[in-house]
Write a protein that binds this ligand. Sequence first.
Ligand code: E4P
Length: 217
Amino acid sequence: MKFFIDTANLEQISQAEAMGILDGVTTNPSLMAKEGIKGSKAIEQHYIDICNIVDGDVSAEVLADSYEEIIEEGKGLAALHKQIVVKVPCTANGIRAIKSFTDMGIRTNCTLVFSLGQALLAAKAGATYVSPFVGRLDDVSSNGIELVSRIVNVYRYYGYQTQVLAASIRSVQHIIQCLEVGADVVTSPLSSIMALLDHPLTEKGLAIFNKAAKELA
Ligand code: E4P
């Protein structure tokens, strides 16, 4: 399973990259706004900065709504860096644009996916990635992991090449469940990635070993 970090914060991306376990980055307009980035030039430079930190795919989301504007904006984003994957919302215009990007050889991430039907359209349009939002489904008393599992199973059955990128991850439990149901990628905040390390027996064992190490010195 590939591991992406879900942030536009350069420090956090560098921290995850330094661990040697990072395969890519996902961003969205909310995450970019959180970093205080304003204006198209600053946004473009920020994506380039992210690409220069990580050796992997970097999802950059279009802000446009109409088909024509999505195409224009997506082409511009893709031209910024070879690692850029154009992130497009799962709307009628978005699916049409994803199909056009596929025909142009531009890689895409179909985002805001909350149903198997939406995931089917993303795969039919040739999206490189589909992003089911696990946490946001759980928030409305639905089951995010179950959707990830259903998409994985259907894609494997029909041989769709679109990779299942589980998004809106809120916990270690989500990451482990995605691993178990066969997600191709999980994108999570740094806090959830770091929390994978946590185990009381590791901390306890380390304290014992550190005490013994002092006796050996
Ligand atoms: C990433 O691709 C998504 O935009 C992100 O995971 C959404 O996460 P949230 O539901 O925590 O905003």
